[in-house]
Design a binder for this molecule. Structure first.
Ligand SMILES: Cc1cc2nc3c(=O)[nH]c(=O)nc-3n(C[C@H](O)[C@H](O)[C@H](O)COP(=O)(O)OP(=O)(O)OC[C@H]3O[C@@H](n4cnc5c(N)ncnc54)[C@H](O)[C@@H]3O)c2cc1C
Length: 424
């Protein structure tokens, strides 16, 4: 037997490290625990968060559909009732992290380094004598009598309690894997459909080539035949066969949870004006700038290349024509395209460019007050492996911290405390 433990944490990412620290602090380090990670070092994904700055939470993070998608919002509420944003900030303050709030409630370490978050978690693990066993993939998990037995390439591991914190499929380049789903499903749990989320959305458009690299402010909506699924405003980035930028990431998250079927993204390129006001403005420009060719009709309103593509999309080619030749019906067509520029979604987003997994092991199969499996005593789960994913802005890490800290504390509560052990 390689290890005989009170607690095994499978996965040394955000949720697993938080779980191990929380368990260790609860029991004062007086128990045998270890964190196992398949990667050569723990916290690889954590280091990449927030462009290396780690947007570790959001002041507004709460269990509701403005922040999260899940199959069990009530269970999510119970988790947040046990460990909320304030509790999480207290947890980090206690291990030495000072934080700063920025725009839209986003909270970062004040030193601006994701590595500081990882360092402090690892230093606390070392203080609590909880080893990180890296390069060690847990391949199988089973229950044997009152204990769990895990297979790893180096040998068997036994533990009284197990926390599965294996993360999700997103960003395989940073160690994202689907192994956690298999481990939990082998214990009787079930998972939903998995989709890449918080990622660029692949779209079809004859114009993308000429727009590549341009950023523009827009109100973006993802739609299907039933109407608008989700809208948000912000900077949209035109990419190679895809739309990108934070606002599109938010749309990808909503789209990942929508019914499958045809979808498209609609950009309102001038959301501050109604279509009627816009048509009036375009009519005035026709009177003001009759000497220009269409090529420059929208110069000064939009990036020049964006303006030309909008006119082509409205069927105004060739753009060598004079502005004075525009009819009232042409102006209405141009206004309609500016307000509803449609990009059909083409195919699935890429896991490599996704920040999180939409879907996962059903949260309803876990007790939201403890993160313990409803199917198997002593088995806990936390983080992205479960069916909870949030929008951009610190919500996903907050879920990892809340569920991880709760799972760690609850697993520790199942173990006899030091004083009890002495008494035994
Ligand atoms: C580029 C990028 C930027 C991001 N930025 C932000 C941000 O700023 N704010 C935010 O809130 N969220 C952000 N996220 C999302 C956030 O990183 C994740 O939601 C979070 O890391 C999930 O934590 P986790 O512990 O569940 O999984 P992870 O952090 O992925 O950790 C899981 C760990 O488990 C290990 N593992 C898996 N299976 C096994 C096994 N069988 N045996 C042993 N080890 C195993 C893996 O090696 C991994 O280290 C970002 C994601 C990416 C990809």
């Amino acid at each position: 037997m390689l290890y005989d433990l009170d607690l095994a944490v499978i996965g040394g990412g955000a949720s697993g490290l938080a779980a191990a620290v929380a368990a260790g602090r609860e029991l004062g380090g007086e128990f045998k625990a270890a964190v196992f990670d398949a990667q050569p070092r723990c916290g690889r994904k954590l280091l990449a968060t927030g462009n290396g700055r780690c947007n570790l939470t959001n002041r507004g993070a709460a269990a509701n559909s403005n922040c999260y998608h899940t199959d069990d919002m009530n269970a999510l509420k119970r988790v947040f009732s046990c460990v909320n944003v304030q509790d999480t900030l207290g947890f980090f303050e206690n291990i030495g992290l000072v934080c700063r709030e920025e725009e839209e409630g986003r909270i970062y370490p004040s030193c601006g380094q994701a590595s500081a978050v990882l360092d402090l978690l690892r230093l606390e693990l070392a203080r609590l004598n909880i080893p990180e066993v890296c390069g060690c993939r847990i391949e199988k998990l089973r229950r044997d009598g009152g204990e769990f037995v895990m297979n790893s390439p180096s040998g068997l591991i036994k533990a009284k309690n197990v926390i599965v914190a294996c993360g999700g499929k997103a960003a395989p380049n940073l160690g994202g894997v689907d192994w956690g789903y298999s481990l939990l499903c082998s214990m009787g749990h079930t998972a939903t459909r998995l989709d890449p989320s918080l990622c660029p959305v692949p779209v079809e458009s004859p114009h993308l080539n000429s727009l590549k690299g341009i950023r523009a402010y827009a109100k973006a909506s993802v739609c299907d035949e039933r109407g608008v699924i989700y809208s948000d405003s912000g900077e949209v980035q035109f990419g190679d066969k895809a739309l990108s930028g934070i606002v599109i990431f938010q749309l990808s998250s909503a789209a990942a949870h929508a019914r499958s079927g045809e979808k498209w993204i609609e950009l309102d390129m001038l959301p501050e004006r109604s279509e009627q006001e816009l048509a009036g403005m375009l009519t005035r420009r026709r009177a003001l700038l009759p000497h220009l060719t269409l090529e420059n009709y929208l110069t000064g309103v939009f990036n020049k290349r964006v303006g030309m593509c909008l006119l082509k999309q409205a069927g105004m080619s060739p753009l060598s024509r004079s502005v004075s030749q525009l009819s009232d019906s042409d102006i209405r067509k141009i206004a309609a395209v500016i307000k509803r520029w449609r990009f059909p979604v083409s195919g699935k987003a890429q896991w490599n460019s996704a920040q999180v997994t939409g879907g996962g092991v059903r949260l309803s199969e876990f007790d939201g007050l403890t993160m313990q499996s409803r199917l198997c005593k002593g088995l806990f789960a936390a983080g992205e492996v479960l069916n909870v994913d949030g929008f951009c802005g610190g919500f996903n890490l907050q879920w990892a911290w809340s569920s991880g800290i709760l799972a760690g504390r609850s697993a520790a509560a199942l173990l006899p405390s030091k004083s009890n052990r002495k008494g035994n």
